[in-house]
Ligand binder design. Structure first.
Ligand code: NBP
Length: 488
C-alpha cells in the first residue's frame, strides 16, 4: 500500500463503505474514518482486508495520512453532523485542501459552507451521489459542485468510480459524473434528481393500481406488462425493478401484496417541492408525488374513510389490451411532463443563484448509475444539446411529437380512472399542467379582478402595455388608493 492515501472518507455506513471499496478497486488508496471507531476496526478487518484501505483512529491521524492537497469526503448523515465534522477538520487542514460532502445535504447548506470555507482558504465541494448501495460499490452517478479549483484534483477519482454509459462506438467509457457548477449546485441537481425519482415511482404505482384494482390483473400478469414496457421508450431501472418486485413470491404469493401501504420519505422530495414554491415554478407532479406519500401514511384514517365516503367501485368492461397500451402512453407523457417541470426548476435556480448549468450534461450524469437512469435521458441530452436555451422540454420537437402521439390514450386513462374512482394524482396533474401550459388565454384575468376587487392589488390590461397597472373601484365604495404592486 502507498505511504499516503489519495483520499479520506468519513462515515462507514452503507454509502461510505461501498464508495471506499469502489475507490480501492480502481487503484486508489483510501483512509477510512468513522465517529464510532469500532466500525473502522470491523471494516478494516472485514470487507477492507487486503485492499488499499487503511483505518484512522482520529481526525488528526486521518488528515496526517493524506496526500496534499488533502481530499476528505464526508459520507455521514446530513445536517449538523456535516458541520460538526467540518469544524473538527479545519484546525488540521492547510490552504487548498478539499472537503467533499457526498451526503444528501440541502443545497442552501452547501452554498453557505462553500463560501465560509473559501474565506478560510479551503475548497468545499457539495456532491450528490446516487445509486444506493450497489451504485456506490459498482458505479454511482456523481454530481459535484462548489469550489471549481477542486475539480482537477477530484476528477480522476470521481470519474474512475462513477457509472459509465456507452460512447458512440457502444463502449462503456462515458462517466456519469461531471462538474455541475458553483456553490450548492451539485446538491441542487441531486435534490431535483430525487424529486424526479419520487415522481417516477408514484407514476409507476398509479399504473400498478389501475392494473390491479381496475383491470383485476394478477402479479404475474402485471410483471409481464412491466417487463414488456422495459423494452420500450419507458425502459428504466425503476420499471425493471418493478417487474422484479411483482414477480417476487413468499409462500407462493406476491410479497408486494403483504407490504403495508404506508410510504416513508427522507425529505428530498419535499425539499424539491418547497424549493419550486420559493422559485415560483409549477412542479405539480413531484408535489403530488410527495403528497401521495403523505396521504398513504395516514393509513388508519383512510381505512376509516373507506367505509364512510361513497364512490364508484372500479369495474372495467372495455378492451384490456387497448387500455394497457393507453396506460403505457399515459405513463410516458406524464414522465415527460415531470422532467420538463424538473428542468424548469433547475433553469430558474440557475438564474436565481447565478449558476451556469449544462442541462445536457446533467441528463448524461443521470443516464447511468442512479435510480432514475433510463433510455429516455438520451433524448433529453439531445434536446438540450440541440438548444441549450430550451425553456421547456415539451417545446422540443421530439418530445412535442411523442406527447402529441400519446394524447388520446393519456386522456382516456385519466378520464377512466376519475370515472372509476381510482386516485391517480400524478397522471392527472401532469395532464392538467400540459393543458394549462398550452392555454394562451387562462382564467387568471378573473383572478386578477378578484384580487383587485377585495384588496386593490391592481391588474394589467390586454389592451395596454405590460408593466402598466390599473385599479378599479369595483363597488363604488372604495377609494382610489391601490395596494403596492409586487410579486413574491
Ligand atoms: P447514514 O445516513 O445512515 O449515516 C451514517 C453515518 O453518519 C455514520 O457514519 C454515523 O456515524 C454518522 N453520524 C450520524 Br447517523 N449521526 C452523527 C452525528 N451526530 N455526528 C457524527 N456522525 C454521525 O448513512 P448512509 O445511508 O451511508 O448515507 C450517508 C449519506 O449519503 C447521507 O447523507 C445520505 O442521505 C446519503 N445517501 C444515502 C443513500 C442510501 O441509499 N443510503 C444514497 C445516496 C445518498 P456512527 O457510525 O458513529 O453512528
Amino acid at each position: 500500500m502507498k505511504k499516503t492515501s489519495d483520499i479520506g472518507v468519513v462515515g462507514l455506513a452503507v454509502m461510505g463503505e461501498n464508495l471506499i471499496l469502489n475507490m480501492a478497486s480502481k487503484g486508489f488508496t483510501v483512509t477510512a474514518y468513522n465517529r464510532s471507531y469500532n466500525k473502522v476496526e470491523n471494516f478494516i478487518n472485514g470487507r477492507a482486508a487486503g485492499k488499499s484501505i487503511r483505518g484512522a483512529d482520529s481526525i488528526e491521524n486521518l488528515v496526517a495520512s493524506l496526500e496534499t492537497p488533502r481530499k476528505i469526503m464526508l459520507m455521514v448523515k446530513s445536517g449538523q453532523p456535516v458541520d460538526d465534522f467540518i469544524e473538527q477538520l479545519i484546525p488540521h487542514l492547510s490552504k487548498g485542501d478539499i472537503i467533499i460532502d457526498g451526503g444528501n445535504s440541502q443545497f442552501e447548506d452547501s452554498n453557505r459552507r462553500t463560501k465560509s470555507l473559501a474565506a478560510q482558504g479551503l475548497l468545499y465541494v457539495g456532491s450528490g451521489v446516487s445509486g444506493g448501495e450497489e451504485g456506490a460499490l459498482l458505479g454511482p452517478s456523481i454530481m459535484p459542485g462548489g469550489a471549481k479549483e477542486a475539480w482537477p484534483h477530484l476528477k480522476p477519482i470521481f470519474q474512475a468510480i462513477s457509472a459509465k454509459v456507452a460512447d458512440e462506438n457502444g463502449d462503456l467509457t462515458v462517466p456519469c459524473c461531471d462538474w455541475v457548477g458553483s456553490d450548492g449546485s451539485g446538491h441542487f441537481v441531486k435534490m431535483v434528481h430525487n424529486g424526479i425519482e419520487y415522481g417516477d415511482m408514484q407514476l409507476i404505482c398509479e399504473a400498478y393500481i389501475l392494473m390491479r384494482d381496475l383491470l383485476g390483473m394478477s402479479g404475474d400478469e402485471m410483471q409481464a406488462v412491466f417487463a414488456d414496457w422495459n423494452t420500450t421508450d419507458l425502459s428504466s431501472y425503476l420499471i425493471e425493478i418493478t417487474a422484479d418486485i411483482l414477480a417476487y413470491k413468499e409462500d407462493g404469493q406476491p410479497l408486494v401484496e403483504s407490504i403495508l401501504d404506508t410510504a416513508g420519505q427522507k425529505g428530498t422530495g419535499k425539499w424539491t417541492g418547497v424549493t419550486a414554491l420559493h422559485l415560483g415554478v409549477p412542479l405539480t407532479l413531484i408535489g403530488e408525488a410527495v403528497f401521495a406519500r403523505c396521504l398513504s401514511a395516514i393509513k388508519d384514517e383512510r381505512v376509516q374513510a373507506s367505509s364512510v365516503l361513497a364512490g364508484p367501485k372500479p369495474t372495467f368492461t372495455g378492451d384490456k389490451a387497448a387500455f394497457l397500451e393507453s396506460l403505457k402512453q399515459a405513463l410516458l407523457a406524464s414522465k415527460i411532463v415531470s422532467y420538463a417541470q424538473g428542468y424548469a426548476v433547475m433553469r430558474e435556480a440557475a438564474k436565481e443563484y447565478d449558476w451556469e448549468l449544462d442541462y445536457g450534461a446533467i441528463a448524461l450524469m443521470w443516464r447511468g448509475g442512479c435510480i432514475i437512469r433510463s433510455v429516455f435521458l438520451d433524448n433529453i441530452k439531445t434536446a438540450f444539446d440541440t438548444d441549450p436555451e430550451l425553456s421547456n422540454l415539451l417545446l422540443d420537437d421530439y418530445f412535442n411529437k411523442v406527447v402529441s402521439g400519446t394524447q388520446t390514450g393519456w386522456r382516456e386513462v385519466v378520464a377512466t380512472a376519475t370515472l372509476q374512482g381510482v386516485s391517480v394524482p400524478c397522471l392527472s396533474s401532469a395532464l392538467s399542467y400540459y393543458d394549462g401550459y398550452r392555454t394562451a388565454n387562462s382564467p387568471a384575468n378573473l383572478l386578477q379582478a378578484q384580487r383587485d376587487y377585495f384588496g386593490a392589488h391592481t391588474y394589467e390590461r390586454k389592451d395596454k402595455a405590460r408593466g402598466e397597472f390599473f385599479h378599479t373601484n369595483w363597488t363604488g365604495r372604495g377609494g382610489n388608493t391601490s395596494s403596492t404592486t409586487y410579486d413574491v
